[in-house]
Design a protein around this ligand. Structure first.
Ligand SMILES: *Cc1c(COP(=O)(O)O)cnc(C)c1O
Length: 467
């Protein structure tokens, strides 16, 4: 059975079930497997849900019944509208797009969240307990979490969003869900205000224990694990790789680094990936890191790809842990220093691997619009602004002379970001059939003042009395 250890080295080792429910380790680090399970080879002919169960099994074996786990995978991916679950499209340039956005909320976060909701329910059931999930969102994460936890037996979910400051599609994807355990709270404030309230809740030990607070943010190991699957899937099913057998480069539109780190885990477990390209928008701190091996925190600037508007990518700590040879105490020191000085430097020998296996590019909003326009012209396809940043970065990598197969993770459906797509192409992408009536569905949410005590009181009085 694989056990999980903290990247800061000062927490006891834990089982998968513990790590699933805990999220962050008690020493402030992120959980990683103590050892990698070795190469995982799976028949590429299997349907996605079965393929997924095979890839993830070594990470959970010994903590869950195999039959239950297979059923969870089957149910999770049954919510996807495409028969292949995750289809792969080849552009006329030869770049392959892995479409991760056919889940209930049209972004790649569904791939992991649909597993997470079911895994939580199963583990809570086994322990005979319940949880109250609380999270803050500026968009994609909240809707994916709500869809994943709606109607679950053992969890209530409260998602805080800044009142009047999310896009209409994003808000409606959250507020039109009608389920007794789902609570949307529109806070009169900014996204940061929402996040501060959630942080203060977790810091309030008495409150946290009274309501059995739980979190599902992107540092949760189970989310990374579920994302490892589609890297194996993409390589196994890639047309280009089958044809030429050369280098395989995967480009990932990146924010918190959870998605691309899952690619790294896939590489570690035998997926034939040679290089990663980390694609960013004008918030280019990761481009600094992967091109100059150092980075300095700046302010977050809004862009056309809002799910990547981020300065500190929390999951980068998992890669740093590896680069520092799993020395948790050194990671802890470096993170402490990064937080106080806002600067991190890997220009010593440690940074060597960063130059051979990784690169980074950033695109401006104008460049992003130009990619959307050009792909529409050459391939008659609409792509969302996050995916466009990925395609633009992959094109730069090709132009710099990297040969072989280029795979890009397509992270959102174009209809999720219709304004940017319309600006670039004059076409407003329609919502898929299952969401076509989104604008007619009734909304459910409460508007609360930006006040910690009021929001806590709301959570306590609305969560299920069963817990
Ligand atoms: C969350 C998100 C990203 C960033 O993913 P990370 O795992 O945080 O790097 C990219 N694109 C879309 C559409 C997203 O929703």
């Amino acid at each position: 059975m694989i056990r999980y250890t903290s990247t800061r080295g000062a927490s006891p080792k834990r089982s998968f079930g513990d790590v699933l429910l805990a999220g962050l380790a008690p020493d402030g680090g992120l959980y990683v497997p103590e050892v990698w399970p070795g190469a995982i080879a799976v028949d590429p002919e299997l349907p996605y849900a079965q393929f997924a169960a095979e890839i993830m099994w070594p990470f959970v074996a010994g903590t869950i019944d195999r039959h239950d786990f297979d059923a969870i995978c089957a149910a999770a991916y049954d919510t996807f509208t495409n028969d292949a679950v995750i289809p792969i499209e080849t552009l006329s340039s030869g770049i392959e797009l892995v479409e991760l956005f056919h889940g209930p909320t049209l972004a790649f976060k569904d791939v992991a969240m649909q597993m997470l909701g079911r895994l939580f329910d199963h583990e809570l059931d086994r322990r005979g307990t319940r949880t109250t999930i609380v999270g803050a969102t500026s968009g994609d994460t909240g809707s994916a979490a709500i869809e994943a936890f709606r109607d679950r037996e053992n969890a209530d979910i409260f998602i805080l969003h800044p009142h009047g400051r999310t896009s209409e599609v994003q808000r409606r994807q959250m507020t039109t869900v009608d389920a007794p355990n789902v609570f949307n709270v529109a806070v009169d404030g900014t996204f940061d205000d929402c996040q501060d309230i959630v942080k203060a809740m977790f810091a309030d030990v008495a409150f946290r224990e009274r309501v059995k607070l739980g979190a599902v943010n992107s540092i949760n190991w189970a989310r990374v694990m579920a994302q490892v699957v589609y890297y194996h899937w993409a390589v196994a099913n890639s047309a280009g790789r089958c044809a030429d057998g050369g280098l395989v480069t995967v480009t990932v539109p990146t924010g918190n680094f959870g998605n691309v780190f899952a690619g790294r885990v896939a590489q570690r477990t035998g997926a034939g990936i040679d290089r990663f390209v980390v694609a960013s928008n004008r918030n280019d701190i990761l481009t600094q890191f992967f091109t100059g091996r150092a980075m300095t925190i700046g302010g977050v600037e809004p862009s056309l790809s809002p799910s990547m508007d981020i300065q500190v990518s929390s999951n980068l700590e998992r890669l740093i842990y590896e680069l520092l040879d799993n020395q948790g105490s050194v990671v802890a020191e470096m993170m402490q220093q990064f937080r106080s000085s806002g600067h991190i430097d890997f220009s010593g020998a440690i940074g060597e691997e960063l130059t051979t296996g990784w690169s980074g590019y950033s695109l401006t909003d104008d460049q992003t619009l130009e990619v959307i326009r050009a792909i529409h012209e050459t391939d008659d396809m609409l792509v969302d602004p996050h995916t466009a940043v990925g395609i633009g970065a992959a094109e730069s990598e090709v132009a710099s002379g990297v040969e072989g197969t280029h795979i890009v993770m397509a992270t959102a459906h174009p209809a999720k970001f219709p304004d940017a797509v319309e600006k670039a192409t004059s076409i407003r992408p329609p919502l898929p059939d299952n969401l076509a009536d989104l604008y007619e569905r009734p909304e459910h949410y409460d508007v609360l003042p930006n006040d910690f005590a009021t929001v806590c009181e709301f959570v306590e009085s609305h969560r299920s009395p069963r817990s």
